[in-house]
Unconditional design. Structure first.
Length: 156
């Protein structure tokens, strides 16, 4: 059995490594961090929502993964790109997309991992790839992502 990182451990690690991301506790096992990240050219306001699972819960990386949303500036879509209008995101029914930061089937992340060591650096990497994609139309971050749902082409 893997050891799970508690929400207190997640909050402490984030405060130590990423003090610009302000934490707000949400109940006993969840927190939201909000703050700026600057990969290359722009500063992005991001929000990370995470709920630490109970040891008795079935660990499903797709369900347990942190939700990362770019609050501002809004992510922009491109009409013509081999990668789709906005690559490597999960589309929700409402609101902005969530970033796709890892391949859940490859075991790249688990609730034992600290967000400060995985999610935040991966978010910075995603934003770096996004800036490059906006400039060139090419996604350089690699990875694998399921085909975009039909709502992907909707105009915001």
């Amino acid at each position: 059995m893997i050891g799970l990182s508690s929400i207190d451990e997640q909050i402490a690690a984030m405060a130590a490594r990423w003090p610009g991301l302000r934490a707000r506790r949400v109940g006993d096992r969840a927190a939201v961090w909000r703050g700026p990240l600057r990969p290359l050219m722009k500063t992005y306001e991001v929000e990370i929502l995470y709920r630490a699972p109970l040891v008795i819960e079935r660990i499903d990386p797709m369900r347990m993964q942190p939700d990362v949303e770019v609050l501002s500036p809004r992510l922009r879509r491109m009409a013509r790109s081999d990668e789709g209008k906005l690559p490597h995101v999960y589309w929700r029914d409402e609101g902005e997309p969530l970033l796709c930061l890892f391949d859940p089937e490859a075991g790249e992340w688990s609730p034992a991992d600290l967000l400060a060591d995985t999610t935040v650096p991966w978010t910075i990497d995603w934003l770096t790839c996004y800036e490059g994609w906006r400039a060139t139309g090419e996604w350089t971050g690699g990875g694998r992502h399921p085909s975009p749902p039909s709502t992907e082409g909707a105009t915001p």
